[in-house]
Design a protein around this ligand. Structure first.
Ligand code: 2IT
Length: 449
């Protein structure tokens, strides 16, 4: 069989089936386009229609989420849970609350999550959920009523051996708390059916930091392959959510100078670089007050706030996109390359467009896909599940040791799989191939289900 024809027919058939699902197709194509050498070696994947089975979610639950605002007015949002693949373990993945949430975006995220979770070395299947509900501008009471209503339906479909949601964009410890509370009320069961819980009621220490810290550990690992390190490097981090702030913190602890970051309103250029005091300010601003970066340069005078502007024109050695999908396009990639960027380490899911990735690969700089470099978050979620099952808490240091070990293992697995299939140094191919093989072989073992 001509594998190239098989793959292009496969992709065309996917588009025909769901023509509107653009980001889902983008994620599928990125994976499928790196699998040729794998399919060439093992045609059972083709005979057993593994790709065709893998791109079809096992189940999608779509439901109505009615809630009342503080004035008593009624609103209706749409809730989703995409239970994509359970070959390796129960469905696992975050919940996104944002006006941009659609079935398409959650299928893309759940598909990515399946590969990411496979890379973590832990027994986790892939899933993702959420709603087109925006938490920005809502009161605590409104968020609570929405979360309770969301769980009034979702509780039927989740559970600690079935599907374990966590946070994502717009869904942090506050939302997890409200959802967990309602889940417990309805099931009368105190189990680890969610991760990202607060540590006083079952959460793992270091879970909030894990994704961002993992990104910095991964960037350090990548640089070490070129006998280099983060020490003295200039870094840019785009998003200033949970991932971005902790990525900045660990990057600077490892010796890098973080000079740029951004939020919904614009970006900050801080030539002095961030430090402990500035990180503490950002945590207060973002996590406690849910404020805007417009306030940052009022306190730190050397910094400049750039309304509505991205960060990628600021010269840097290391770039960590940690905001939303497709935030970094080929124009941004060209700016980064022109300014001498050596390493792009994705902290969010699919932040670079395919043409930006192509530009990085052509230029021969280090580039890692989010499914490898941002897997620290879900990995520590897996560790939270372990601690809940054992009914114990590990110390921060213990969790950090595991996190470092897992990020090393993901890094090495990307490199070894890329090399084994003739694509040395290509982290994207290595991540897709390693993630794919484990899921595909498990699906073969479990038969046609
Ligand atoms: O994209 C992600 O990996 C997450 N939102 C975290 C998922 C999890 O289950 O901790």
């Amino acid at each position: 069989m001509n594998i190239e024809n098989y793959l292009s027919d496969f992709i065309a058939a996917q588009h025909q089936k769901d023509p509107a699902q653009k980001v889902f197709h983008q994620a599928v194509e990125e994976v499928v386009n790196t699998l040729k050498p794998v399919l060439e070696r093992k045609d059972v994947y083709i005979k057993e229609k593994i790709l065709e089975r893998m791109v079809e979610p096992e189940r999608i639950i779509i439901f109505r989420v009615p809630w009342a605002d503080d004035k008593g007015e009624i609103h209706v949002n749409r809730g989703f849970r995409v239970q994509f693949n359970s070959a390796l373990g129960p469905y696992k993945g975050g919940i996104r609350f944002h006006s941009s949430v659609t079935q398409d975006s959650l299928k893309f995220l759940a598909f990515e999550q399946t590969f990411k979770n496979s890379l973590t070395t832990l027994p986790l299947g892939g899933g993702k959920g959420g709603s087109d509900f925006d938490t920005r501008g809502k009161s605590d009471g409104e968020v609570m009523r929405f979360c309770h209503s969301f769980i009034n339906e979702l509780y039927h479909h989740i559970g600690y051996h079935t599907d374990i949601p966590a946070g994502d964009l717009g869904c942090g410890p506050r939302e997890i708390g409200y959802m967990f509370g309602q889940y417990k009320k309805l099931t009368n069961d105190f189990t680890g059916a969610f991760t990202g819980k607060k540590p006083n009621w079952g959460g793992s220490l270091l879970r909030p930091e894990a994704t961002g810290y993992g990104v910095a550990y991964f960037a350090q690992n990548m640089l070490s392959t070129r006998n280099d390190s983060l020490e003295g490097k200039t870094a840019i981090v785009s998003g200033t959510g949970n991932v971005g702030i902790y990525a900045m913190e660990k990057l600077s602890q490892l010796g890098a100078k973080v000079v740029g970051f951004m939020d919904y309103d614009g970006s900050i250029y801080d030539p002095d670089g961030i430090n402990e005091e500035k990180i503490a300010f950002l945590k207060q601003l973002v996590f406690k007050r849910r404020g805007s970066l417009k306030e940052y340069n009022k306190t730190f005078k050397h910094a400049k706030f750039r309304l509505g502007q991205k960060t990628w024109d600021i010269p840097c050695d290391v770039a960590c996109p940690t905001a939303c999908e497709n935030e970094l396009d080929e124009k941004d990639a060209a700016l980064l390359l022109k300014n001498g960027c050596k390493c792009v380490c994705e902290g969010s899911n699919m932040p670079c467009t395919p043409s930006a990735i192509y530009a990085f690969q052509q230029a021969g700089i280090l580039y890692s896909p989010g499914k490898a470099s941002n897997a620290g978050g879900v990995a520590v979620s897996g560790l939270e599940m372990t601690q809940n099952s054992m009914r114990i808490y590990w110390t921060r240091e213990e969790v950090d040791q595991y996190l470092k070990r897992i990020m090393n293992s993901i890094h090495n697995s990307c490199l070894s799989h890329a090399e084994e299939y003739g694509l040395k140094g290509n982290y994207m191919a290595g991540a897709n191939i390693a993630g794919f093989i484990k899921v595909a072989d498990s699906m073969l073992d479990q038969g046609l289900v």
